[in-house]
Design a protein around this ligand. Structure first.
Ligand code: S3P
Length: 439
């Protein structure tokens, strides 16, 4: 019997979004705070950690590897408390395979963290994660001395056996990926000497910014990052700022809205979407409030802007908007003229083929989009009226789920989003938190 397709009816918001709000903790920074604390000697204190299925995958993984987790749910929905790491003793041999669920970040970062330890760990995930590319991670780690079985496997499940005599390497990454960079740097903590990763264009730099909080010596420049080993991370305190991406988009698309999102990450490697929206003519501004560790945070203010224009996003800016391409595509659908995302075919390898999902959904909305080589083109229609009774498929991908939900929330007619449930791997209370922001 075919599995029942999950359908969620998204009704238009009954009023514009208004006022100040706080959003959930940033997912990338949450994964790192949890994992680095597990690797550290002593008890770290973490706060603002996002409580989502993906981050829970990392929490469960570190527990199976011997870290002690004492995190409690806070009134704002975040997790806070202590994590006692395995430190110098290293992780324990887990009883079974580590299942990373849907979380590519968990699987890839874990491979780096386990690299210096002579235990054998099977890493697996759900059906979607088991289709995603892993050789980009295993290839450099094998150069450092880690063993994988099967050695040339492209996908999970993969069994990793680390080595306590890892070689430091200088690695020229074939693609810009913060997950790849992090895996190599974490392995580098266990190697003697300096491990360096060069990348074609800058990917998010949370790892380079956070490792020094745990006492590690890292260097970071535009397209290169390095770490000095061997070094055992030392417990510290980490406060996770909010995820910058989702709420601002709702305000821009919902007529009459004006909001301030407080305490969000203003890391330049993450707010490429703000720069892109500014170029499209959006009424969006940022103001810095302070710094959590080395991570800048502050306020993003966004107001509904009726006359957005298409723009071209060059290839070297794609890593800074990699997770926001789906929702920027929706904005582009309502803008004057054509928007071009250069060199985005890497998005075909995310939780789903996001390029195919974007083009299919925009087609249902009545918007033309096409690929020319690796470039995505979208021809905006400022007067677009979303047809009644349509269904958009999130393809079990949380970014697609949020994107198509925004089309329904900000439009005039309800939209059915199929496979919306995947939103819980990232922001489980996405709909409720936007509804709370209406006047
Ligand atoms: C992430 C890096 C990005 C991003 C993912 C989270 C991270 O992936 O798409 O959602 O936390 O390091 P890539 O590093 O593969 O680009």
């Amino acid at each position: 019997m075919a599995a029942k397709i999950e359908k969620t009816l998204i009704e238009p918001l009954d009023a514009p979004l208004d006022g100040s709000t706080r959003v959930q903790g940033d997912k990338s920074i949450s994964h790192r705070a949890v994992l680095f604390s597990a690797m550290a000697e002593g008890t770290s204190r973490v706060s603002g950690v996002l409580d989502s299925e993906d981050v829970r995958s990392t929490i469960e993984a570190i527990q199976e590897l011997g870290a002690t987790v004492a995190l409690e749910k806070q009134l704002d929905g975040s997790l806070a408390g202590g994590i006692t790491g395995w430190g110098k003793e290293g992780p324990q041999q887990p009883k079974g395979a580590i299942n990373c669920g849907n979380s590519g970040t968990t699987a890839r970062l874990l491979m780096g963290a386990l690299a210096p330890w002579p235990i054998t760990v099977k890493i697996t995930g759900d059906a979607s994660l088991c289709k995603r590319p892993m050789r980009r991670i295993t290839a450099p780690l094998m150069k450092m001395g880690v063993h994988f079985d099967p050695a040339g496997a492209e996908t999970l499940p993969i069994t990793e056996t680390g080595d306590d005599k890892l070689k430091a390497i200088v690695y020229d990454a074939p693609m810009s990926s913060a997950q790849l960079k992090t895996a190599v740097l974490l392995a580098g903590l266990g190697a003697k000497g300096t491990t360096t990763l060069n990348e074609p264009s800058p990917s998010r730099n949370h790892t380079e910014l956070m490792l020094p909080e745990y006492g590690a010596t890292t260097t970071a420049a535009e397209r290169t990052a390095s770490v000095k080993g061997p070094f055992t991370l030392q417990a510290c305190e980490v406060q996770v700022p909010g995820d910058p991406s989702s709420a601002a988009f709702a305000a821009l698309l919902k007529s009459g809205s004006s909001i301030q999102v407080e305490d969000v990450s203003l890391n330049t490697a993450r707010i490429g979407f703000v720069r892109t929206l500014e170029r499209m003519g959006a009424d969006i501004t940022i103001s810095r409030e302070g710094q959590a560790g080395k991570e800048p945070y502050g306020i993003i203010s966004a107001c509904y802007t009726p006359s957005l224009r298409g723009c071209e996003i060059p290839a070297d800016k794609i890593p800074s908007i990699v997770d926001e391409v789906p929702v920027l595509s929706l904005v582009a659908a309502f803008a004057h003229g054509i928007t071009v995302f250069r060199q985005v075919s890497g998005l075909r390898l995310k939780e789903t083929d996001r390029i195919a999902a974007i083009m299919e959904g925009l087609g249902v909305l009545g918007v033309d989009s096409w690929m020319d080589g690796d470039d995505l083109f979208i021809e905006g229609q400022p007067d677009l009226l979303i047809p009644e009774g349509i269904e958009l498929d999130a393809k079990k991908d949380h970014r697609m789920a949020m994107t198509w939900a925004l089309a329904g929330l900000c439009g005039k007619t309800p939209i059915t989003v199929t496979n919306f449930d995947s939103v819980k791997v990232d922001l489980p209370h996405f709909l409720e938190s936007l509804a709370r922001m209406t006047r």
